[in-house]
Design a protein around this ligand. Structure first.
Ligand code: 5U1
Length: 418
């Protein structure tokens, strides 16, 4: 008969192994009932022998009653945002400013993908996870500690040498594309609401008051900086992140340090090619001056550091089929043509409508299907039924414009189908 300590060690090892297989490689090793039974037994043993409970026990990931609301947490150091560079020349201009301010010729930059997720701050005290908060407005955020504890790749306890007694790690919580697809497939089966994209799904998962719901979501954390800390850390950004990794904190495997801005642009082009094949969504690349002493000298402007920039990827473009054009009558009677599209997934969102703004835009885009609002028959589209006049005006106006554009009025079809 094993001692309680031996049984706890055995259950802990099994639950960790099963959990990793389930959550990290999506391969359940045992039926859910076995997992739940082992978890219940471990909880019972820990309740009888609290002195044997490890801070990173699997029982510590999920637990506690659902919250009624999230508390607010003030960030000890503001969580900054990033300036954007939308072109190569914006990036060169950023570099020029850095060089000028530092009076240095060669700058080393750390390059990382800009993950499209939810920015969070996680605090470790004496190596134990004690607090997690959303970025919020940068000054204060919501206390999401219970939810972050459920994320499998977030260590509850750091391991390694010379761990900072107080360490605030900042980074992004994301859902990989595959996990997102599975989540939505399951939601469709259960007739539940589906999420529009992985970022939205990550935000929704972190906003759960019941952490047992969050625990079922395939969330992942990637650290990208350190906030407040005690003790000493390396003198460069990349080395600091590597130390975090040694302590068990996940960092981006795509991080690369390069010399000069031309090399940054090369990294950006390489990642742009890889982007669609990555398991997660990214919306650009972040370049940071690598030496912390240079970062300090550069400082901040407004709420963004002068030592970092996000080079955004251009908006993604896809093709789809135009199914028709409807004319929407707004509350004020303004008429907006809206293209109805064969649904298409682009930049993490399924698009099935696109506003065409006005007839000039229709002309510019050479939209070929012309529909018009016929007035009476379309009354159902105007819930307030206040814009009969506008609808008639709409019809006349669109017919006139169609004539002026040499479009046969017979090619216009009413959006009501009449
Ligand atoms: N990869 C990465 N994303 N990201 C977002 N690094 C990074 N740094 C950020 C933000 C907001 O802020 C720095 C100012 C630390």
């Amino acid at each position: 008969m094993p001692s309680p300590a031996e049984e706890i060690a055995d259950l802990t090892a099994r639950l960790k192994r099963w959990g990793a297989a389930y959550f990290e490689i999506d391969t359940p090793l045992v039926p859910d009932a076995d997992y739940d039974a082992a978890m219940m037994r471990l909880r019972a043993l820990e309740a009888d022998h609290p002195e044997l409970q490890a801070p990173d026990s699997p029982t510590q990931r999920v637990g506690g009653a659902p919250l009624s609301a999230f508390e607010t947490i003030a960030h000890r150091m503001p969580m900054l945002s990033l300036d954007n560079a939308f072109s190569e020349s914006d990036l060169i201009e950023f570099h020029r400013r850095v060089v000028e301010r530092l009076s240095a010729s060669e700058i080393t930059y750390c390059c990382e993908p800009k993950l499209d997720g939810v920015a969070v701050s996680i605090v470790y005290e004496s190596g134990l996870l004690t607090q997690a908060a959303t970025r919020g407005d940068g000054v204060s955020g919501e206390d999401i500690t219970a939810n972050v504890r459920t994320i499998r790749n977030v260590p509850l306890m750091l391991s390694g040498d010379d761990i900072s007694p107080y360490l605030e790690v900042r980074g992004e919580i994301t859902i990989p594309r595959s996990g997102f697809e599975q989540m939505n497939a399951r939601a469709r089966l259960l007739g539940q609401k589906v999420f529009v994209n992985p970022r939205n799904a990550a935000a929704g998962s972190l906003r759960q008051l019941d952490s047992s719901v969050t625990a079922k979501r395939p969330l992942e954390f990637t650290a990208y900086s350190v906030g407040v800390f005690d003790g000493s850390l390396p003198a460069s950004h990349d080395a600091t992140l590597r130390v975090l990794a040694e302590w068990g904190i996940p960092i981006s495997e795509h991080m690369q340090t390069v010399a000069g801005i031309e090399a940054c642009e090369v990294y950006y082009e390489q990642m742009a090619v890889k982007r669609d094949a990555l398991p997660f969504d990214i919306d650009g690349i972040v370049f940071k001056v690598n030496l912390l002493e240079q970062q300090e000298r550069l400082g901040f402007i407004s709420r963004a550091p002068r030592w970092a920039v996000a080079r955004k990827f251009p908006a993604q473009e896809v093709s789809t089929r135009l199914l028709g054009v409807d004319f929407q009558v707004g509350r004020t009677g303004a008429i907006t043509p809206v293209a109805r599209l064969e649904p298409v997934f682009v930049a993490g969102v399924t698009v099935s409508n696109a506003t065409l703004h006005n007839i000039d835009e229709i002309e510019r885009l050479s939209v070929s299907d012309r529909r018009y609002c016929c007035g009476a028959a379309c009354r159902g589209r105007d819930p307030s039924n206040r814009f009969g006049g506008s609808r008639r005006y709409c019809e006349r106006r669109w017919r006139e414009r169609a004539h002026s554009l040499s479009l046969a009025v017979s090619s216009l079809r009413c959006c009501c189908g009449a």
